[in-house]
Design a protein around this ligand. Structure first.
Ligand code: ADP
Length: 452
């Protein structure tokens, strides 16, 4: 810092000395003035060079003019670099933050104090049909025209959400969105959009399920209560009494079946899928299934159906044997219950060309109209309600079969046409079936699975 006055004085002194040497006292004065002017011009040039460096964007090092200007240049450069670093870090942080919001499964829209869109993520754009660039600074009310949202926005009570039907919702694929505004900053708002279709559907399913179960239980209960009252109030003869008690037992049995099926379903839903460690011979499952089916058919009448069972020799399946048996028996019992007397029912296990195995039940029953097929595995869905009831159906059989199939990685196939009978089949993946060759002693020994 002391260099600067020194240089100035030196310039003056040199000027004065030169002037004095050339033209005496007066010359010394002019020389001192000229020295000062020269120093000032030099200083101005240095300052101008620094200014030009600044104007050109302060790239690279500042001009090394020496003295105070160099120090000013260095300090300016350091301050600028520091600010650039801070700006870059802030930019990176903002970018990371925006990327995180972009990755959110929920739609996020930032609104300014006037309710105009400042920014929105891709999810919100897709959910609400917003173009993140074109629709910037558009009022949200112009883009979200649902009256429920307009009322909600205008009311200013943002403590709760509002649920609207999405733009691309259709009867076959309904989409429902929950929208909630969250005020922040000075009058700004954050609009969160959440797809609540699955939650609403689960809620509706739960309500339907409770209503269905209550209805299914209430019917036999009402009948039972009626019989009990009759028995209490009327002096009945032995024959009538026995008949009433028989009907009561039927209703109690119906409730028992319903509760058993409900428990089976809840067990299937609440336990992990069976692994592939436990192998069961298909022959054993088929023997049990045949016994169950024949007893059921015998209840309908002697020789009521022509039943054919292919025992599925030499095959083993992996998974839960009770679950697989329950699925097989359910399909076979449906065939017996829905096929009129005199019909034929074929039950078999067979290999498929790709190494998978199929359990199928084919009947010559009435068949099912195509519009019912997609809904058959829904709980309590029945095509023929009265036939189902008459034969002790709970409406849960195919729901159980579907669950068992899913838990074993299998596929449930239904092929049916009115008047042409029905075929219900469970196709097990190759990893869950294997061939067994009879060991010399008669026992079965497993061998590697191969395409048959
Ligand atoms: P349910 O206890 O009523 O038999 P399921 O879930 O087992 O309930 O079957 C659902 C509906 O599918 C039945 O009510 C019936 O209308 C139809 N169904 C099932 N199997 C057959 C079949 N083999 N032939 C004709 N209809 C069938």
């Amino acid at each position: 810092m002391t260099g600067r006055p020194l240089a100035f004085v030196l310039c003056q002194a040199v000027g004065a000395a030169l002037g004095g040497w050339l033209s005496g006292e007066r010359g010394a004065l002019v020389g001192a003035l000229a020295g000062s002017l020269a120093w000032w011009l030099l200083d101005l040039v240095r300052g101008m060079r620094l200014l030009r460096w600044l104007r050109d964007g302060a790239e690279g090092d500042p001009p090394r003019t020496g003295g105070l200007w160099t120090e000013i240049g260095d300090r300016l450069r350091r301050a600028l670099r520091q600010r650039e670093r801070t700006a870059q870090e802030s930019g990176e942080r903002l970018q990371a933050f925006l990327s995180a919001i972009q990755a959110s499964p929920n739609g996020v829209i930032l609104l300014d104090a006037e309710g105009r869109i400042e920014w929105c993520n891709q999810t919100a754009a897709a959910q609400l049909g917003i173009d993140p660039e074109r629709d910037l600074l558009q009022h949200v009310g112009n883009l979200l025209r649902d009256p429920a949202f307009a009322d909600y926005h205008a009311a200013g009570a943002y403590g709760r959400d509002v649920v609207i039907t999405a733009r691309d919702s259709s009867p076959g694929r309904p989409v429902r969105l929950s929208l909630q505004l969250h005020p922040y900053g000075q009058g700004r708002k954050l609009l969160l959009a959440r797809d609540v279709t699955a939650i609403e559907q689960a809620d509706a399913m739960r309500r339907d399920f409770v209503a269905n179960v209550s209805h299914e239980v209430r019917t036999p209960l009402t009948v039972l209560a009626g019989f009990i009252e009759t028995l209490q109030q009327l002096p009945l003869g032995e024959a009538d009494r026995a008949r009433y008690l028989g009907l009561m037992a039927q209703q109690a049995h119906r409730m028992q079946s319903l509760v058993n099926d409900l428990l089976t379903l809840s067990r299937l839903e609440g336990s992990p899928p069976p692994d592939t460690a436990e192998w069961t011979a298909v022959e054993a499952l088929m023997a049990q299934c045949e016994q169950d089916t024949r007893s059921l058919s015998a209840v309908v009448g002697k020789d009521s159906h022509e039943l054919a069972f292919d025992p599925g020799a030499g095959m083993e399946v992996a998974g839960s044997a009770p679950e697989l048996l329950s699925a097989m028996s359910n399909l076979a019992s449906n065939a017996v219950r829905y096929t009129p007397v005199g019909g034929r029912i074929d039950v078999r296990w067979q290999w498929l060309p790709d190494g998978r195995a199929e359990f199928s039940v084919r009947d010559t029953g009435p068949g099912i109209p195509p519009e019912h097929l997609p809904r058959l595995t829904e709980r309590f869905y029945r095509v023929d309600r009265s036939r189902s009831r008459e034969t002790g159906g709970t409406g849960l059989g195919l729901a159980i079969v579907k669950h068992v199939a899913q838990r074993h990685g299998a596929e449930l196939r239904i092929d049916s046409r009115p008047g042409a009978g029905s075929t219900f089949a469970i196709v097990l993946p190759a990893a869950r079936v294997r061939r067994v060759t009879p060991a010399p002693g008669g026992a079965s020994a497993p061998r590697a699975t191969a395409t048959p």
